[in-house]
Write a protein that binds this ligand. Structure first.
Ligand SMILES: N[C@@H](CCC(=O)N[C@@H](CS)C(=O)NCC(=O)O)C(=O)O
Length: 204
């Protein structure tokens, strides 16, 4: 039995999206990242000593770190569904883009989202939002250039590489950050976010 801990309005979303893409039977435990008691519960800490979400339990295997969870799910269950990239080179590309989006994009984009949308109004700082939007121009140009050459990030079809990157880039819309200046990126993100599995995960 597979269990995924974490509410959809969090980084757990990307794992829910992957589970939906794979059509796997799974249990969803919607642990909220604002629920300190739930995150500090000894039973939960035994699964995830970081006290964060998401956490995946698959039989005897316990995994945390959202991107690692998705790469594992793709590797283990995604060949038939086409989510696992084909061949070592495309696997390398999936790792590259997953690490890249975590290290180059996630933090600045989260700051834009926080200061435009998530923080209480009195704590929002428009300068922080603008500064981080500026930081994102460089990685967005990198992604746009790659997608001007290829429809997908790791091979000839949508894979875990696209899902992991699109799940982060999906924050741009609630962060009120227009991606239209990067047309190949914009088009690709629309194709990714339009997938029925993403909509099902969103509805959780
Ligand atoms: N790098 C981790 C980050 C996990 C993370 O920070 N999760 C947030 C929710 S999106 C959380 O649990 N926050 C609660 C806390 O830090 O106390 C991942 O991608 O899984």
């Amino acid at each position: 039995m597979i269990t995924l801990y974490g509410i959809a309005a969090s980084r757990a979303f990307r794992c829910l999206w992957m589970l939906e893409e794979l059509g796997l039977d799974y249990r969803h435990e919607p642990v909220d990242y604002r629920d300190r008691a739930a995150l500090d519960d000894p039973g939960y800490r035994a699964l995830n000593p970081n006290g964060r979400i998401p956490t995946l339990v698959d039989g005897d295997l316990v995994l945390w770190e959202s991107m690692a969870i998705n790469l594992y799910l793709a590797r283990r269950y995604g060949t038939e569904a086409g989510l696992h990239p084909e061949g070592a080179e495309n696997e390398g590309r999936a790792l590259q883009w997953s690490f890249w989006v975590m290290t180059e994009v996630e933090q600045p984009l989260l700051k834009v989202l926080l200061h435009r949308r998530l923080l209480p109004r009195e704590r929002r700082d428009p300068q922080q939002a603008a500064r981080n939007e500026g930081i994102l121009r460089q990685p967005f140009a990198v992604l746009d250039a790659a997608l001007a050459q290829a429809d997908w990030l790791a091979g000839e079809r949508f894979t875990v590489a696209d899902l992991n990157v699109a799940a982060v880039l999906g924050w741009a819309q609630p962060a009120r950050l227009s991606l239209k200046p990067w047309p190949a990126l914009y088009d690709w993100l629309g194709r990714c976010l339009d997938r029925p599995a993403r909509r099902r995960a969103q509805a959780r």
